[in-house]
Ligand binder design. Structure first.
Ligand code: FE2
Ligand code: FE2
Length: 469
């Protein structure tokens, strides 16, 4: 199904479309330049044990082999077309999906694709220094796997821009390589993608919480009436699952190690013994969860309503909602703030679509905490990780004007200032985590702040030489 004889591996018959092929082949060297200058700062010449997509179907879709990252076969892979697919929501519900972009939705669709596409290389840029402090070769390999696949996700969006948006699509594709995370003159589009990922604990939290936002955004776009976008996002979701696994298992291994150190030294204060305390982990959870909620946008959104009504972007797993999937005339309850009281307000359901997707995200995000809490319970540790209140530490939406504690009380400015250090990582917490980031690059060894994984990659054990330095 995937043609690997071409310069750009693909399953979209690129060879039959000279115009598109030329556009993508002229973008390819710019992409490689970007990868070399903005991708991982080291190990670009090392052989890494990476998976590459070779098929689009569920079984055996990926191949595992040693690859030097700049030689990775980035390509264009769309999930199989669903026969006679119909639009699943909005005012055109029940009609045939679109194979071309309708003129009236051209700008909106291009914007959705550009915003999604921009996050993919942004995360590679944010994570580019982490390889220097990897706790093991296994972890380093997982980082690079995530990075090359985020690069491929950029390819996925650039394909759509080049194939369906002509001249402005090509300009947008170039701009994807010209904006850079944290660049004061030309930053990435979304705020959260302009912060460096400073350490491996942040990386695991990012892949757990923020890649999961990616899952919900892609899942909402998979519902799109624009069929090529839907099929592209469907295949991206397949790759995305591993990124969230890296986060969930990574945090779990830090929790595991914390528990071991607590037992060994008979204290909760394990910082002096080279661990990350449960309290600090909770603060990292508070931080990453709250900044990720901002990525869903304001609770009440007219853009969200317009995208939904037009069939451009649905809700994650649209079919699972027990309503008419048009939402015209329906109402929904959204959180609101009145003085220092958190209350609710009734709005047209169409304007609450962002919030619906966010609520589903929260339910999904809780599952990892349940797993981490099981590690604590199984070890007899009396502590429970919790997700903070939806209003905690928000910069976007109704809660951005107030300070809310993790348990949901509205705080005065003075209370917030006094308690902030109990809620969010302090300079000292971050400095401690940073001090633990000593690289371990020998086969089969691991840093002291994290437990080894239960299993390795693709049937290999932890001791496998995942990176040949
Ligand atoms: Fe991605
Ligand atoms: Fe991802």
């Amino acid at each position: 199904m995937i043609d690997y004889s071409e310069k750009i591996p693909n399953n979209v018959n690129l060879a039959d479309d000279r115009r598109l092929q030329r556009a993508l082949e002229s973008w390819q060297p710019k992409y490689i330049d970007w990868w070399k200058s903005m991708g991982p700062v080291m190990f670009q010449d090392s052989d890494i044990y990476l998976r590459t997509a070779v098929d689009i179907d569920a079984e055996g879709w990926a191949d595992y082999s040693y690859v030097k990252m700049p030689e990775y076969r980035w390509g264009i892979f769309l999930s199989r077309a669903e026969k006679d697919r119909k639009i699943g929501f909005g005012e055109f519900k029940g009609q045939d999906v679109w194979q071309q972009v309708p003129g009236e939705y051209r700008n909106a669709l291009r914007r959705l694709i550009v915003v999604q596409g921009d996050t993919e290389p942004a995360s590679v840029e944010q994570q580019r220094h982490l390889c220097m402090t990897a706790p093991s070769l296994y972890d380093m390999r997982n980082l690079f796997q995530v990075n090359v696949e985020e690069g491929r996700h950029l390819w996925a969006m650039v394909y759509l821009l080049d194939a369906y948006f002509g001249r402005d699509g090509r300009d947008e594709a170039d701009a994807m390589l010209e904006r850079h995370s944290g660049d004061p003159d030309s930053p990435r589009i979304l705020g959260a993608f302009n912060e460096e990922t400073p350490d491996w604990l942040s990386f695991f939290m990012f892949t757990y919480f923020t890649d999961r936002d990616g899952k919900y955004q892609l899942g909402s776009l998979r519902e799109s009436a624009f069929d090529p976008l839907s099929r592209t996002c469907d295949f991206m979701l397949k790759e995305e699952a591993h990124h969230m696994f890296v986060g969930a298992s990574g945090v779990g291994r830090v929790v595991q190690r914390a528990v071991e150190l607590m037992k060994e030294y008979d204290t909760d204060d394990i910082a002096a013994h080279g661990g990350v305390s449960l309290e600090t982990l909770q603060k990292y959870i508070n931080f990453h969860y709250s900044v990720t909620l901002d990525l869903f946008g304001a609770e009440e959104s007219s853009n969200g309503a317009d995208y939904y009504a037009a069939g451009l972007k649905g809700r994650f797993d649209e079919a699972s909602y027990d309503d008419d999937h048009r939402l015209v005339g329906a109402t929904a309850q959204l959180p609101a703030v009145a003085g220092d009281v958190i209350t609710t307000v009734e709005v047209p359901a169409l304007r609450a679509v962002n919030y619906d997707v966010r609520v589903a995200y929260t339910g999904d995000a809780q599952k990892g905490l349940n797993r981490w809490n099981r590690i604590l319970r199984d070890s007899g540790v009396d502590f429970e990780f919790t997700l903070p209140h939806e209003g905690f530490n928000r910069r976007v939406g109704v809660f951005s004007e107030v300070n809310v504690s993790p348990t949901g009380e509205v705080l005065t400015e003075a209370e917030w200032t006094a308690r902030r250090r109990d809620y969010l990582p302090t300079e000292a917490d971050r400095a401690h985590v940073k001090s633990l980031m000593q690289p371990v690059h020998e086969k089969g060894r691991i840093a002291g702040w994290i437990a080894p994984p239960n299993a390795g990659i693709h049937g290999h054990d932890f001791e496998y030489e995942y990176v040949r330095i």
